[in-house]
Design a binder for this molecule. Structure first.
Ligand SMILES: C[S@@+](CC[C@H](N)C(=O)[O-])C[C@H]1O[C@@H](n2cnc3c(N)ncnc32)[C@H](O)[C@@H]1O
Length: 197
């Protein structure tokens, strides 16, 4: 397949596959590091059905456009801007996971746990949901990197909408666990996701 692709497409698709591979393998390894092998399932790879559909859609868009409008993919400054977003998003998310440690789990905690402490230091001092913020930047950046206009808008809308629902749900439990301490923290620090206070 690589032979039928333009040199540009080979570079951009390789960057995409590397970014995806790095994202999932590092999420899994960090989950094992903080929670132990016995407590981590393949769910920590964060590959859901909806995610696979989005990735296939993005690939189909890329391959269609590279055939019909090859010039669209030659906007290297746009592509590199997307690459920078992917790297920045990854750094923000990994800083969140490393800072929160065992408090960062892939399933929202709905029951109090004596070992669960409110994290407000490190990157959480500046962003309330750095893990989500990083994911948002990284996923939108991946589509900008591919110069995929439809998927850029689609990913931004779908991921934003997901976090719009996820954050109030997660914070409902955080308020129950940490009460006024969480209220004060939430008043002080922005969520890190656009238009979600
Ligand atoms: C997938 S992690 C995401 C954490 C955070 N929303 C973020 O974006 O960095 C979800 C878990 O983190 C926990 N959590 C979220 N914010 C926290 C904080 N500031 N301190 C401790 N635990 C937190 C929640 O209870 C939930 O079980």
């Amino acid at each position: 397949m690589m032979e039928v692709l333009t040199p540009t497409a080979r570079i951009q698709l390789s960057e995409m596959f590397l970014a995806v591979f790095f994202f999932h393998s590092s999420e899994y390894l960090l989950a094992i590091t903080f929670h132990g092998r016995a407590n981590v399932t393949l769910g920590s790879l964060l590959i859901s059905q909806n995610y696979l559909i989005a990735m296939i859609f993005s690939l189909v868009e890329y391959l269609t456009e590279v055939r019909l409008f090859p010039q669209l993919k030659e906007h290297w400054w746009i592509s590199y801007f997307g690459l920078v977003m992917v790297v920045v998003g990854e750094i923000v998310r990994k800083m969140a996971i490393i800072t929160a440690g065992t408090a960062f789990n892939h399933m929202i905690r709905t029951r109090p746990d004596e070992h669960h402490k409110l994290v407000t230091h490190g990157i959480y001092r500046y962003i309330r949901h750095p893990g989500y913020s990083g994911f948002f930047i990284c996923s939108v950046g991946s589509q900008i990197m591919l110069c995929n206009p439809v998927s850029t808008i689609g990913f931004a809308m779908v991921v934003w909408r997901f976090f719009c629902q996820q954050i109030p749900y997660e914070e409902y439990f955080l308020r129950r666990f940490f009460g006024l301490q969480y209220d004060a923290y939430a008043r002080r620090v922005h969520s890190g996701v656009p238009f979600v206070r």
